[in-house]
Design a protein around this ligand. Structure first.
Ligand SMILES: Nc1ncnc2c1ncn2[C@@H]1O[C@H](COP(=O)(O)OP(=O)(O)OP(=O)(O)O)[C@@H](O)[C@H]1O
Length: 507
């Protein structure tokens, strides 16, 4: 039982360093007290670092400048705090593998995925008490109907709830949830927020939020963190002014018209045309009888910008996988690309994807960490491979090696991404930028941006949006946050199940 009188965490002039390193996490020493009756959220550029600090990941100097008074002395803080991060959420299967019947040995159904966490807390089988917790967590996160589904087939939103459930099942005393609402639709965000707000004291919950995210009503205290450390911490009222300053700074980035845009110089203009690029005529997709897309009709004309909308699990990724031919039902003459009906023999995976650039959380999740930023972008010139073009036979470009190098360097320089740094060593912002540049480098006819800008900092989002706005290809964008998608002129909203999709013009 948590002692509700003693502070959860206390830092007094605390300097934090990674183990075996003399470099400080923050230059400013940290002073902060979190009481069990308070509910905290942290925001600002370095809020994830601060959550890692709370999770006991770093060494405190002097040792007694950090304490967790509410814990019994015998407990090691890092063993009872659970940091769940979602910004680079990993979906266990990749694209087409998601729709195929063959399963990797480590791929399991959701029930087994969750129950693994129960077993790890005991020597043998889960106790009666653990099973009760399991049942209640599954119910509260609305996962009951998905328990027998392979985790590889869960939608992003469903997977997010599953990961959170797994975090809760380890019975932490403090749950640190970093950006738990990223990629969630409004209804799921509200449900999840309510659940997180009601969990304390078992466990106490601390949130990491992006600057523009609304702070849930139940949060009583906020901390603002930048590269120097914790710059302000207190009640919502005490921190309101600092938050407003952050917001003003953010708005000034979004109206910075002085920036020198040169999309045209980096990617050549396309042949003008008014023909249809994608034509889908009455497609229905069902999984084991469960209808996801019903009689879908959709025409995308050259140069149009579509916002593909829909709550989590309504079939957005399924629709995209039909277009990119990652789905088994892609080989259907009711799907036309540039007026060519899909047909085995007439087209193949490579001819289809030669004209499509694609950035998505799935690609991010499985992208080879050892490639440099330059190599990462260069793989945009290949199809169906994460190897640089010199190593593959399916290059999607007529450019010479020198021309490719020049274009890649031009893009990397324009977006300030260091070319020689390994993907795994890039920060999240630069990883997302590199994957965006990978999608656009071959100057594709169709650009699919699936949550491509979420996780980037404000300045990068602004630049990427402007870049796409000035580019002349066809765009399909997915994103639950309007600020994080390029300007779109039309939308298609999926509803999942038997309800037909709705389409319209964006005013
Ligand atoms: N192979 C499969 N077997 C069973 N169900 C599946 C399979 N693939 C997808 N689904 C289900 O189909 C529905 C649509 O999934 P999809 O990933 O297309 O949704 P989404 O709109 O992209 O969701 P999100 O916004 O959460 O990413 C979900 O309920 C998902 O669980």
């Amino acid at each position: 039982m948590t002692n509700l009188k003693k502070p959860l965490v206390q830092f007094q002039n605390c300097i934090l360093r990674p183990q075996y390193s003399s470099k400080e996490i923050f230059p400013n020493p940290m002073t902060l007290t979190i009481l069990p009756t308070q509910k905290w959220a942290f925001t600002g550029t370095h809020k994830t670092k601060l959550l890692e600090v709370l999770a006991g990941q770093y060494t405190a100097i002097p040792a007694d400048s950090r304490s967790y008074p509410f814990l019994e002395q015998r407990v090691w803080p890092s063993s009872v705090t659970k940091l769940v991060t979602f910004a680079t959420d990993i979906k266990p299967a990749y694209l087409s593998a998601r729709y195929e019947s063959y399963r990797e040995p480590e791929d399991v159904d959701l029930a087994s995925f969750l129950q693994k966490s129960l077993h790890s807390t005991t020597d043998g089988k889960p106790t009666q008490e653990q099973l009760q917790v399991y049942e209640s967590v599954v119910k509260r996160l609305a996962l009951e109907s998905l328990l027998s589904q392979w985790i590889a087939t869960l939608s992003n939103g469903q997977m997010r709830r599953a990961r959170l459930a797994r975090g809760l099942l380890t019975s932490p005393k403090i749950l640190l949830a970093d950006e738990p609402f990223l990629g969630l639709d409004k209804a799921s965000t509200l449900t999840l927020s309510k659940l997180l707000g009601e969990l304390a004291p078992s466990p106490h919950v601390v949130l990491g939020l992006r600057a523009h995210e609304p702070v849930p009503d139940w949060i009583s205290h906020i901390g603002v963190v930048d590269e120097s450390g914790l710059v302000k911490a207190g009640t919502r009222e005490e921190v309101a002014e600092t938050l407003q300053e952050l917001q003003d700074r953010r708005n000034s980035i979004f109206i910075d018209e002085s920036y020198d845009f040169k999309t045209a110089k980096l990617l050549p203009p396309k042949q003008p045309g008014t023909d249809s690029v994608i034509d889908i005529d009455s497609i229905t997709v069902a999984y084991k009888g469960k209808v996801v897309l019903k009689d879908l009709k959709w025409t995308v004309m050259r140069g149009e910008r579509w916002h593909l909308r829909g709550d989590n699990g309504t079939g957005k990724s399924t629709l995209l996988s039909l277009i990119t031919s990652d789905h088994p039902q892609s080989w259907n003459s009711k799907i036309r690309l540039f007026n060519e009906p899909r047909k085995v023999g007439r087209q193949n995976y490579f001819s289809i994807n030669k004209v499509i650039g694609h950035a998505s959380p799935e690609i991010h999740a499985i992208f080879p960490a050892s490639l440099t930023a330059f190599q990462t972008v260069s793989t945009g010139f290949t199809v169906g491979s994460f190897l640089p073009p010199s190593s593959v036979s399916h290059a999607a470009t007529n450019l010479t090696q020198d021309e490719q190098t020049e274009r890649i360097n031009g893009l990397l320089e324009y977006f300030n991404v260091p070319p020689d740094v390994q993907f795994s060593d890039l920060n999240l912002n630069d990883q997302k930028l590199a994957l965006f540049l990978r999608a656009i480098v071959k100057n594709p006819e169709i650009l699919i941006l699936d949550e491509a800008f979420s996780g980037m900092n404000d300045q990068s989002i602004f630049r990427c949006k402007k870049f796409v706005d000035e580019w002349d290809g066809t765009v399909i964008a997915i994103g639950h946050v309007e600020d994080e998608i390029p300007t779109c002129d039309k939308y298609i909203r999926l509803h999942g199940g038997e309800i037909l999709a709705e389409q319209g013009i964006i005013e």
